[in-house]
Design a protein around this ligand. Sequence first.
Ligand code: TRP
Length: 330
Amino acid sequence: MKPIALTGIKPTGKPHIGNYLGMYRPALSLMENYLGMYFVADYHALTSMHDSAAMRELVYEVAASWLALGLDPDEAIFFRQSDIVEIPEFTWILSCFTSKGLLNRAHAYKAAVDENLALGHDPDEGVNAGLFFYPVLMAADILLYGSDVVPVGLDQKQHIEITRDIAGAFNRTYGDILKVPEGIIQESVMKVPGIDGRKMSKSYDNTIPIFAPEKKLRKQIMRIVTDSKRPEDPKDPEGDNLFALLRFFANPERLEEIRQLYLQGGAAYGTLKKELAEMILAHFADAREKFEDLMNNKNYIDDVLLDGAEKARQIGRPYLDAVRKAMGID
Ligand code: TRP
């Protein structure tokens, strides 16, 4: 059997180009050499999202995105996290091998505490225990199936380290039962700029959503922030976020032409934004059509996810049984 590459995406926002370049594409490209296990991390979303209608819709959108962007459910195992009944049980078990101090230092929790302290609030104000346990839940996701590699963005690196730590603690107690996974960190494509030049992220509201209606997508691209240089002025392509985005979508010859226009003068931001919009629409033309079809056929998505959950549980169940046996609770 092929080694397992596993990764999850939280259904907390509409999939955007930063997700695609940093996450979907590299994860799917591993499928040649790995059995891909991909899932919609709805339990993780629950730490921050308590709107049931939005949850339902976003789970479908993220699922449809995976499928539209090329995930073949006959080749990969594709599922929804909350369909795996073993996950909450395993999370509890693993929590008993997780040092609390380690969780105190986890980035997301620490950031929430630091923000409270800066405001003079109680350190844990507004922090639910789910956020605190987030890394343990993620360790359960990874360790349940004996995952070999976990492709993630740089922001998830600490979570992989915590997972390895938890697996090590368990194995030191009970013997080599859990597979200690390797992270595959996508450093190079992490820095996809948003329309304001900061990292593209839902929390900055600066994304270019892949599946938005064409008009909205074009409008968002036209909002990319540039400086006030005139077309004839020479410009530095390196510090420019429009150029950084063009870099991902222009073919090498065209990119070089554009680079020369920047350097020598002649690059008009408005025209180049329109060109970028064309490139993005062309690049995602098939995926956008497929996404539409899928969103009009949610029963199909349900079937695919349930089928995937069954396959995932077939892999996960024996691991959990072995864990329980090792602990003397079989
Ligand atoms: N925490 C990840 C994120 O925010 C999502 C995730 C949940 C995940 N479980 C995982 C990623 C397991 C990789 C493996 O992006």
